[in-house]
Design a protein around this ligand. Structure first.
Ligand code: HEM
Length: 518
């Protein structure tokens, strides 16, 4: 007689179990599916053929942004500014219902229902990759670890800290100036074509490396011409680019894993890449942590040191929490700012009148010594230019929230607890009712009044971006610095940047501009 867990079981029992188990699973799935159908019976649904992912694909935002945006507008026109779709539960275990909206009325309802829509969805890949950082921590009461982290990390973005980061940002900006000038010299022409998206991504990585954990990374140096006397050796280059690639894997590939069935995430080729990336990043942070030398870039202020020392009534972050928090700030805090700034420079290059106005403003300011805390007051037009670029090219195009309990939106969309609502910044940006008939044009002056309440490029509620102030001052400073030192225009053969949408929005082929020194 066969034995199961040490108990003898007759063969007929095993045969019965073999038949009954699949039958029970099938019956369970049928019941869940019937319950879902009943629940959503009253909820407006798009045609079954317009699955959200099918829809977004047909919008082709990646390969043909203009056509893509038009298709997306058409999509919204047919389905309304808000619509929902049932997703196959086996594929999205935590996302029973995805509701996409660009309707200001519904968005304000979501914002006002703070007790219901306060949290980003559970089960995102960051949960398994950086589980102890702000992007992942979920429970949100005042005594939760998330709330403690938020309180301990908030001072990192206060005036005194921004002031403390200023010198490091100025130093890196000067490094970028040197490298771009060397590229212009190497081109032996008045102007050189540069991929500003790539360059700013390297630069913002160096900035966050320095202010984040006192690491003097030199990723930007990889952008020197290959045969330059100061160009990095192949080994140094590999080490710098390894860090960049690791941060991309952490942020993008881990994010892509979320849209895959659970099992796929752990296929060796995916899992090993993440392990590798985490290893590269942990090694750098640990080198600083273990050596006790918080700063390899001089004794400057940095987030790691501040978080290690931060405490509240004797409560501190553990070493693992500090490491995950630093990884989170690195991942969330460099290319978001870099991409926005490169989109802004692209718009400046396309609009000579904006460039001239910015130049008039930046010429009167000594940027080499400008503290970050004075960026907004001394560079108001540059500020509006960066802000307008973030409107038209929202770096984080979707802001998702998971319903805590069953609820209804707009009086007709039924959502069960666990449903995900995603606010589409993309569509909000071209909403003519909100911005007027010139919504699709780049007009920095419209930012005199700032963003209306419903435009949320940094999210909303308690979960709003903690790094918003740093993003603004660093981004506007770098934009102003570039405009002051270089004139830029779109090259005749430059590819038209098309949005590549992952967790953030970038230009698929980079942002190539012809730049010359002023
Ligand atoms: C242009 C630049 C940036 C944009 C557009 C941006 C946008 C966002 C958005 C939309 C969210 C989600 C908010 C929500 O769910 O309501 C977020 C969260 C976050 N961001 Fe940013 N961000 C930027 C720069 C930064 C910087 C510079 C840092 C830090 C160095 C940072 C750190 C974070 C963190 C830690 C979170 C999670 C906050 C939490 O859940 O408590 N971000 N960001």
């Amino acid at each position: 007689m066969p034995s199961v867990a040490g108990v003898d079981v007759p063969n007929w029992c095993l045969a019965g179990a073999a038949v009954l188990t699949p039958a029970a699973i099938y019956a369970y799935l049928l019941r869940v599916s019937r319950q879902q159908r009943e629940f959503f019976a009253e909820t407006p649904q798009p045609k079954e053929t317009s699955l959200i992912f099918g829809g977004l694909e047909s919008a082709d935002l990646v390969n043909n942004p203009e056509k893509g945006l038009a298709a997306m507008k058409q999509f919204y026109k047919e389905l309304g500014n808000s619509w929902g779709i049932r997703l196959p539960k086996w594929l999205f275990p935590n996302t029973q219902f995805l509701f996409l909206t660009a309707d200001p009325v519904i968005i304000s309802e979501i914002m006002s229902k703070k007790d219901i829509f306060h949290s980003r969805p559970k089960g995102l890949a960051f949960d398994t990759t950086i589980p102890l950082g702000l992007l992942s921590l979920r429970a949100e009461g005042p005594h939760s670890r998330w709330a403690l982290h938020r309180r301990l990390a908030s001072p990192l973005f206060s005036d005194s800290f921004l002031l403390g980061y200023s010198e490091q940002v100025q130093e890196k900006a000067k490094l970028m100036q040197f490298i771009l000038n060397e590229r212009i010299k190497a081109a032996k022409a008045e102007a050189a074509e540069c991929d500003l998206q790539h360059c700013l991504k390297l630069l913002t990585l160096d900035v966050i490396g320095s202010i984040g954990f006192g690491f003097n990374s030199k990723a930007t140096m990889t952008y020197l011409p290959e045969d330059h006397p100061q160009a990095l050796s192949e080994a140094e280059k590999t080490a710098e680019l390894e860090f960049l690639q690791a941060s991309e894997v952490m942020f993008f590939e881990t994010h892509q894993r979320t849209t895959e069935p659970w099992m796929m995430r752990y296929l060796p080729h995916r899992f090993m890449r993440w392990r590798w990336a985490k290893g590269v990043m942990d090694k750098r942070i640990n080198a600083v942590l273990v050596s006790g030398k918080e700063s390899s870039s001089g004794a400057k202020l940095n987030m790691l040191k501040a978080l290690k020392d931060a405490q509240e009534g004797g409560q501190k972050m553990s070493k693992a929490e500090v490491t995950d928090e630093i990884l989170t700030l690195l991942a969330a805090g460099h290319e978001t700012t870099g991409h926005t700034t490169s989109w802004a420079l692209y718009e400046v290059a396309r609009h000579p009148e904006v460039q001239a106005k910015m130049l008039a403003e930046v010429s009167t300011v000594d940027l080499e010594t400008l503290p970050l805390t004075q960026v907004q007051s001394l560079l108001p037009y540059s500020w509006m230019t960066w802000q307008e670029a973030l409107r038209l090219h929202p770096t984080v195009p979707f802001i998702p929230r998971q319903a805590e309990v069953d609820t209804t939106l707009g009086g007709k969309y039924n959502l069960t607890a666990g449903c995900v609502v995603s606010v589409s910044q993309f569509m909000l940006a071209v909403n003519e009712e909100m911005w007027g008939p010139d919504a699709a044009s780049f007009v920095p002056e419209r930012m005199e009044k700032g963003y209306p309440e419903m435009h949320l490029p940094f999210g909303f509620g308690g979960r709003t971006c903690i790094g918003k102030r740093l993003a603004y001052v660093e981004g506007v400073y770098l934009l102003a610095f570039l405009v002051k030192n270089f004139s830029s225009r779109i090259g005749d053969d430059a590819p038209v940047p098309s949005p590549r949408v992952t967790v953030t929005q970038s230009a698929a082929e980079g942002i190539h501009l012809m730049i010359s020194s002023r």
